[in-house]
Design a protein around this ligand. Sequence first.
Ligand SMILES: [Zn+2]
Length: 233
Amino acid sequence: MSLPTHHPGDTLLIDYAGGGLPEGAALAVATHLALCPCCRLTVTEMEAIGGALLDEIEPEELSPGCLEAVMARLDRVEAARPAPRPASRPAAAHAAGKVPGRFGAGRPRLPEPLARYVGARGLEGMRWRFLQPGMSYADLPAAGGGTTRLIRMKGGIGVPQHTHGGIELTVVLEGGFHDELGQFQPGDMAVGDPSVRHSPVSDPEGCLCLAATIGGLRLTGPIGRLFNRFVNF
Ligand SMILES: [Zn+2]
């Protein structure tokens, strides 16, 4: 499987690393991370730096030599971190890779963080509901508001042009789709927000994706500020 080309971006990764995302959105980011060595490395760095700073910085006035201690600690974290894997080598936990067989036939193997939500009965054991012709969804049990669901589309299905009341994170699991923003393949994450108007169309082989919406959350980055401005008016 080729590597993803559409990523969550630093703002969402920072919120994820800091534990600031609701469960469904965190699951969407974790599912992307399972398929994206690049963003995994970024989150590892964020966690290492965040942990080092928390360990070293006291709320009191910085004592002489404190900054040097922090920098030395960061150097140690840097030195202790395992070398990044070559991008072409998939991590063991992410061997799920491309789902075998045609969409809808057989049982696709899902990335681990998502497989736990789907359960032992697999995709076909879920309760699929009609959304529009050629398109159905199954809700996942994620807390924190908004919706977290799997969506599957047959080939060549178009979703009417729409925008988003909040933020919607969509991760392609199998097949793909394209819209005004580009082509989305397995592992790619599409970030929809109120500024995005799009009309996705599924690829000929169909598309299975995970979609999580965030409502009522104040994100810390530029996307969050945009979102907050939207809901405040
Ligand atoms: Zn990524």
